[in-house]
Design a protein around this ligand. Structure first.
Ligand code: ADP
Ligand code: MG
Length: 247
């Protein structure tokens, strides 16, 4: 039923920076297996929403429930261990490590590995790494230093890394930042292919990208909920148009 399928509930969350409310009583629920897009103009509070879900920023009020448990006071590492993983706007791959080794580190879900790498990847791990690399279309770049990838390829590698952690909830903050139209289209295809068993929250402000995702859209403005619907409904909404034109 609807309650059993509820994975995440952001419930009336307010986040203030020196009195400025980046989130202002914001609420959002995600059902298991759904892909949701959150859009809004620059400064709407989208990245703050991600920061708050993952435990990097604390809510002044409101609750964040993941699988029915309040995670609002947990440290980020504990939240990640429970099954939420976030991709930042800028790619964060380790440039001197190979593409395959970056993926293997993500699969281990242990932040310490990211800093103290200096050993081979056990054979058993290589299989899952290969599958993840195939999914993002970088199987043939496995032994290349990640720093040699194009900007778009780095973003795809990082999406693959988020998937490789095995997290149930994936937070993708502007996965198309810095991409041209062809790379953006490929990113939309990749996110659509993430498929069953994963719940994905995609944040962006690029309407053409969002259109290609073909997922329900939540519009934020000034830290508040503004609208929810299909991209067509949202695009046709005069209030949404006013918010976008005003920036
Ligand atoms: P978006 O991702 O939608 O562009 P953000 O969540 O990054 O918006 O920011 C929302 C608002 O909160 C902006 O006005 C931003 O300047 C402010 N803000 C975000 N993080 C901080 C911070 N750490 N300190 C002070 N203000 C912040
Ligand atoms: Mg942002």
């Amino acid at each position: 039923g609807a309650v059993a399928d509820l994975l995440l509930a952001v419930d009336g969350v307010t986040v203030a920076f020196d009195g400025f409310k980046a989130l202002d009583g914001f609420s959002l629920t995600l059902q298991r297996g759904e892909t949701r897009v959150v859009i809004g103009p620059n400064g709407a509070g989208k990245s703050t929403l991600c920061d708050t879900i993952i435990g990097r920023v604390r809510a002044a009020s409101g609750r964040i429930l993941f699988r029915g448990e309040d995670i609002g006071a947990l440290p980020e590492q504990t939240i990640v261990a429970r099954g939420i993983c976030r991709k930042f706007q800028a790619p964060g791959v380790l440039p001197t490590l190979s593409v395959g080794d970056n993926m293997a580190l993500a699969a281990r879900r242990d932040r310490r590995w990211w800093k103290s790498f200096g050993f081979g990847i056990p054979a058993a791990e290589r299989t899952s790494v290969d599958a993840a690399l195939a999914m993002i279309g970088l199987a043939d770049r496995r032994d290349a230093p990640a720093g040699e990838l194009s900007h778009g390829e780095k973003q795809w590698l990082e999406i693959g890394m988020v998937v490789a952690t095995g997290a149930e909830l994936l937070l993708l903050d502007e996965p198309t930042a810095g991409m041209g139209p062809a790379e953006t289209a490929r990113t939309a295809e990749l996110i659509r292919s993430l498929g069953e068993g994963r719940t994905v929250l995609v944040i962006d402000h690029d309407m053409s990208f969002v259109e290609q995702l073909a997922a329900p859209v939540t519009v934020m403005h000034q830290g508040r909920f503004l609208k929810q619907g299909s991209i067509a409904e949202v695009r046709a909404d005069p209030e949404v148009a006013a918010v976008y034109l005003g920036h």
